[in-house]
Design a protein around this ligand. Structure first.
Ligand SMILES: Cc1ncc(COP(=O)(O)O)c(C=O)c1O
Length: 464
């Protein structure tokens, strides 16, 4: 992916050759822009150029970069101790757990901490299986997930992923667990009510359970707003309420993967609040520490906790860095800053400003959809709106989009470019706009203007 097919009219950021100090970094292919400093919503490179962190890293930066309160909290924890021996009580862990429970839905009252999204999903799979083993259903081991979903990069989390692009190379993965179609509006019959359609889509879970035998299913996992081609599409409440009902009926645990949507991203602390549906396990990462340190949390419902409280078993799991005091301090500081600055409410208030650009963006020939909630906006980019398909690999369209965005002062998260993109992705390609939640109205306008310019230049290069 070193050169573009047509000569660049403007100088574009290139991919970094594996030379010099970069030579020792395994499988490393970033752009040749070196980060020097990050502040608020901005990233600064070593050449003195400034970029808006338009996707908040990989949808992970919820408070602004470089917050002095974060620095003070980390310093204070370091002055006490940086690591806690696993057999000693660690106050930072207790305080963070208590703070998370105080924010969470009523039935989620205990917290298991780990270091990242993949780890927390993996932990949830194990907890779901052990819960059923302890409550008289040891035959329940499968986890149903959605086609095209993404829940992490470990072998077990890839078993959940429905996108062959991620798993093909590593097959056989842990297990070929059942998948179902996620909520999508692409085949919604004209004139049908969304609530009715949501109900119909959720009932696919009933069919999947019937065919794979519900007595073998431990859990269903999904993100609140879909994945893959329909990433960012918010289902109606009927969808999640029906999923909850079906899970209940078949003694299947409901796992909400809120690794992306937690901590104000959607205008509420947790996205499942929009649907008023309480999962059995709520998984959080990324924004939990605003990526200042690696941290993730699994919020466990009273129901799932019960057999463990009754001493019927001990969760057979653990990591060296689980509940790491420095990471917990980063988590606590993040929650305090979100609260002190009212950033969850701010995200809700800023949302209309971001989505006001929908019509202007949709006017572009390559923008098939603009969707999302709060300060999370996904653009579905296509080569042709009629065919609703993305550009062929040879066009290097994702790379070009990101490179042009950098030229226009926007740092975007490139999700599926290059070898990761699957031929199975027949729809458009989602591009995420999810800036730090502290973004101000004028900065939103600036971001949107730069995005609009990037789209125009991209179209000029690809469509002529
Ligand atoms: C929904 C979801 N779950 C899990 C993960 C895995 O998180 P991590 O990259 O921290 O392992 C991601 C990462 O993007 C994600 O988007």
């Amino acid at each position: 992916m070193s050169t573009l097919s047509s000569p660049p009219a403007i100088k574009l950021a290139g991919l970094l050759p594996p030379e010099g100090s970069w030579r020792s970094c395994f499988s490393y292919h970033p752009f040749d822009i070196e980060l020097a400093k990050a502040e608020g919503i901005y990233l600064h490179d070593t050449q003195g150029r400034r970029y808006i962190d338009a996707s908040g890293g990989p949808m992970a930066i919820n408070i602004g970069h470089g917050d002095a309160r974060m620095k003070a909290a980390l310093n204070a924890q370091f002055d006490r101790y940086a690591y806690a021996h696993p057999s000693l009580a660690n106050r930072a862990r207790a305080e963070l757990s208590e703070a998370l429970v105080s924010l969470a839905p009523a039935s989620l009252n205990s917290v298991y901490l780990c270091s990242g999204g993949s780890e927390v999903v993996e932990s949830a799979i194990k907890l779901a299986r052990q819960y059923h083993a302890l409550t008289g259903s040891p035959g329940k081991f499968k986890v149903v997930s959605c086609y095209e979903s993404y829940h992490g990069m470990t072998l077990a989390t890839m078993s959940l992923a429905g996108n062959p692009a991620y798993r093909k190379t590593f097959e056989p993965v842990m297990s070929n667990w059942p998948h179902m179609a996620q909520y999508s509006e692409i085949h919604m019959p004209e004139g049908m009510d969304r609530e009715a359609w949501g109900l119909q889509c959720a009932q696919e879970l009933e069919r999947v359970l019937y065919f794979c035998n519900p007595a073998t299913v431990a859990a269903f996992i999904a993100t609140p707003h879909g994945s893959g081609a329909d990433y960012g599409l918010v289902p109606p409440g009927s969808y999640w309420r029906e999923i909850r009902r079906i899970c209940e009926q078949h003694n299947v645990l409901l796992i909400a993967d809120e690794v992306v949507t937690g901590f104000g991203r959607t205008g509420k602390w947790f996205a499942m609040e929009h649907f008023q549906v309480e999962p059995d396990l709520l998984l959080l990462a990324k924004g939990i520490s605003s990526a200042n340190l690696p941290l993730a949390a699994m919020l466990v419902s009273d129901k799932v906790n019960q057999p463990f409280l009754e001493d019927r078993g001990y969760f057979l799991h653990g990591y060296t860095h689980q509940g790491h005091p420095m990471a917990c301090a980063a988590g606590l500081a993040t929650l305090n800053i979100l609260r002190e600055d009212g950033l969850v409410e701010h995200a809700a208030a800023m949302s209309p400003r971001l989505f006001a650009a929908r019509d202007k963006l949709m006017a572009h020939p390559t923008v098939a959809d603009v969707r999302g909630w709060g300060l999370f906006m996904a653009l579905e980019l296509v080569e042709s709106k009629d065919r609703r398909e993305y550009f062929g690999m040879e066009k290097q369209a994702e790379y070009l989009f990101q490179a042009l965005a950098f030229e226009n002062g926007l740092a975007l998260y490139g999700t599926l470019y290059g070898p990761r993109r699957s031929p199975a992705v027949r729809r458009g390609l989602p591009i995420m706009i999810s800036p730090p939640l502290c973004i101000q109205p004028a900065q939103i306008d600036d971001l949107l203007q730069r995005l609009d310019t990037t789209l125009s230049q991209w179209e000029e290069r690809l469509l002529g």
